[in-house]
Ligand binder design. Sequence first.
Ligand SMILES: Cc1cc2nc3c(=O)[nH]c(=O)nc-3n(C[C@H](O)[C@H](O)[C@H](O)COP(=O)(O)OP(=O)(O)OC[C@H]3O[C@@H](n4cnc5c(N)ncnc54)[C@H](O)[C@@H]3O)c2cc1C
Length: 463
Amino acid sequence: MATQIIWFRNDLRLADHAAVAAAAAAGPVVAVYVLDDDTPGEWRIGAAQRWWLHYSLAALAADLEAMGGGLVLRRGRPATALADVAAATHAEAIHTLHHYEPWTKAQEAAVGETLDLRCHDGAYLAPPGSVTTGSGGSYRIFTPFWVALSARMPPAKPVPAPMIRFAAPPPGDDLDDWQLLPTKPDWAGGFDVWTPGEVGAHAALEVFAAHVGRYDTGRNLPSEGLTSRLSPHLHHGEISPAQVWHALAKAKGADSYLREIGWRDFAITTVDRVPELGDDAGRPAFKRFPFRDAPADLEAWQRGRTGYPIVDAGMRQLWRMGWMHNRVRMIVASFLTKHLLIDWRVGERWFWDCLVDADYGNNSLNWQWVMGSGTDSSPFNRIFAPVGQSEKFAAAGYIREWVPELTKLPDAAIHAPWQADAGVLATAGVDLGTTYPMPIVDHAAARTRALAAYATIKDTTTP
Ligand SMILES: Cc1cc2nc3c(=O)[nH]c(=O)nc-3n(C[C@H](O)[C@H](O)[C@H](O)COP(=O)(O)OP(=O)(O)OC[C@H]3O[C@@H](n4cnc5c(N)ncnc54)[C@H](O)[C@@H]3O)c2cc1C
């Protein structure tokens, strides 16, 4: 039987992986990962994802070694790297899972030009483009998409990792030589909460399965930590959406959770249809939006020094642990685009670099949703009041965790310290303007300015 190559990408697992199963059934296997910083251009893997990738590749290599094989690491364009591996091993075919970001499609096309590339499904609940309207068109709004997708569920039952016979591998790079780990001293200090890799993904699923029943009521409460934190595992493909579905579908209260997984499919379906989602507003009028160039405001936002505790807590959580609670992502994104009138693409790029779950579809779709520029979007006049959101979603505990200089403030004062009595601030050791900033914008004035900015484009069209 001829040698088969498994080309791993953001599907770093062995179980429920159609390409792994197909390759293992067809012959002895060489497993390869190619780090390509060329084809994606400015969408090359961001810094936080590189940290994740390092440990996830190490975990996958260890799993393959335990089965008697290993993982060959190559750097460069996949077409060149895989051609070299195929020539060295006399491989018959290359097996991989389909991916849909514009650069991943370009990689597949380039590899397929000269090699026998066999792409399999399995990175999503349903392949993008396969969930269509009655007339065969694509859905542009999430809810009808979800109705149509759920009608096709459950997904096929997950399969375990197959027995694999390995062919002699060609030489590869040393993972440490790729220098994926961060060098900035104050960054990534909190990343040790994560366990990248297939085993870590299933452990996270198990933890979440024990409290999935509280997800629906608790998912908007950042102090409670009731969401699954599976996003970096799903993004890197260490667990398949079908595995998540089958593990949880029968649990009480899982419906609203599975609907969120559906957003992931909706995002990639949108990317498949609109590859430039990360750069171009879905609504053309937004090309005329009067964004501000405000470097000092941007830096205050990036560093968590805006003077709005909920915004600062979120931005510091992002910096420290490469992840942020979804409710707070919406608040900080709204603050950047509406209170500060800074271009959504600037925030999107910051997230791209800082998130361990940075995902082209999910990130771009959600930034456009908050900005109001996407085809399925939040109404433009919905401007989150940071203080109101912080109180409504009981974020005091979350703020104390991430903004330690406010820890001693009572709940009543912690959402808006500048409104607190001088005595309360003094008792808590808070000296506004010194130990913690005053708000960089006034909420009411910022709201009025944002509405005026949106009025200039008067967009009512749906593309
Ligand atoms: C401005 C902004 C940027 C975002 N950028 C990303 C990103 O780069 N990568 C990313 O995975 N998610 C992104 N999200 C979506 C969401 O915030 C995260 O998926 C979620 O917070 C991850 O935590 P969790 O796994 O505990 O989520 P859970 O609530 O446990 O959700 C389960 C899974 O469903 C998917 N999901 C949940 N909400 C969404 C959503 N709104 N859109 C798409 N998929 C969703 C994720 O895969 C997630 O892991 C973004 C949201 C906003 C508002």
